[in-house]
Design a protein around this ligand. Sequence first.
Ligand SMILES: Cc1cc2nc3c(=O)[nH]c(=O)nc-3n(C[C@H](O)[C@H](O)[C@H](O)COP(=O)(O)OP(=O)(O)OC[C@H]3O[C@@H](n4cnc5c(N)ncnc54)[C@H](O)[C@@H]3O)c2cc1C
Length: 437
Amino acid sequence: MISRSRMRTCFCSASGQILQGYAAREFAKQGVKPGELAVISKEAVAPYERPALSKGYLFPQNAARLPGFHVCVGSGGERQLPEWYTEKGIELILSTEIVKADLSTKTLTSAAGATFTYEILLIATGSSVIKLTDFGTQGADSNNILYLREIDDADKLVAAIQAKKGGKAVVIGGGYIGLEISAALKINDFDVTMVFPEPWCMPRLFTADIAAFYEAYYTNKGVKILKGTLAVGFDANANGDVTAVKLKDGTVLEADIVVVGVGARPLTTLFKGQVAEEKGGIKTDAFFETSVPGVYAIGDVATFPLKMYNELRRVEHVDHSRKSAEQAVKAIKGKESGESVPEYDYLPYFYSRSFDLGWQFYGDNVGETILFGDSDPASSKPKFGSYWIKDGKVLGAFLEGGSPDENKAIAKVAKTQPPVASIEELKKEGLQFASKI
Ligand SMILES: Cc1cc2nc3c(=O)[nH]c(=O)nc-3n(C[C@H](O)[C@H](O)[C@H](O)COP(=O)(O)OP(=O)(O)OC[C@H]3O[C@@H](n4cnc5c(N)ncnc54)[C@H](O)[C@@H]3O)c2cc1C
């Protein structure tokens, strides 16, 4: 058992590939002495921008590879290579899984038996993918049934893409991961079928109108979409490689690769019974401090007060993971110096990119919706959007194909929540409504 000297601040477990990088940057900005800060990660590489894994990482040409997308390049910041951490006196402890956390003795234990003590802990364990083996789906442990969360998963997917070139791929799940991976597989010349049980793709955010555009666009690209059914089993050959996906409606789809994107669960098990939880995550205040003083939770695992909506929420998006990391570090440093830090006041923001498309969403997707702009999937440059209106105010805004200025304009709409006199007028004005705010 290795015993580490007492560290001032320790990011527990990878502290989120993204978070650890962004939080480390904030610590470095605010001043950190050598030996005061350690980042512990199960992954073997320095913090990177996870969204690249389902986008550029899977391209057949000029694919994104590390060190190209270490944080903080995703938000236009400096690319933090491993040397960056050394220069700043931050210890990067990689390939180290924490298997036990004792918040009463402030001790973490790794799978290899090393112990780490800390004064301040930032929990940023993120999420783990939900696997079909979790539900006991028949044949779900066959080879080439793949998932995507970490860089090792992405490497397995890239290897399968190369091994099964031009083959048949089935993507299970119609969320943004399913959509992005289907596009990537199509670009790699696979015969792609998407399967999901809901009536349309991305139902947690997309309206039927928005989804109709993406489904038609994907269909035009040659992606087949099967809705309203699910995978109930898999066939495999003598080597254990998947050969077919059996669907609930009786359909059998041949498959060389299956990629499953059916959601993720926040990784909170290490801390169960030791911190207050809410809505599936670790409950925090507006500074991301948990019910245990000196223990902070950020990113996907945090259930925090979303000030704008006066409600506790958990958000699984990269922008929040970056900003919550910065907020927690400011709060930790503020406590030290006695300087007050404003409460976290977050405007939910989420984006996705696939094929030549790219959308952004800001705010809350509640209430009545309107669609505006050119949502013809056959257009050479489709540009359309939606507003969500509740109690006479615009609370959410979505835009496909927007310029940086147009995206900024819809963000402002979601932030300021302007009143709407006439829904008909709003529909006619479309993007112009945003540019006037
Ligand atoms: C493929 C993919 C594409 C995405 N694309 C987008 C996008 O386009 N737009 C968007 O807004 N969001 C996107 N997201 C979501 C976004 O990446 C996450 O919300 C964000 O990464 C959450 O950051 P986090 O730091 O909380 O957790 P994670 O980034 O999940 O990091 C958690 C880290 O903790 C490590 N860890 C967990 N447990 C332990 C342990 N016990 N010991 C040691 N280490 C541990 C994990 O290995 C991991 O490195 C995407 C996610 C994925 C998987």
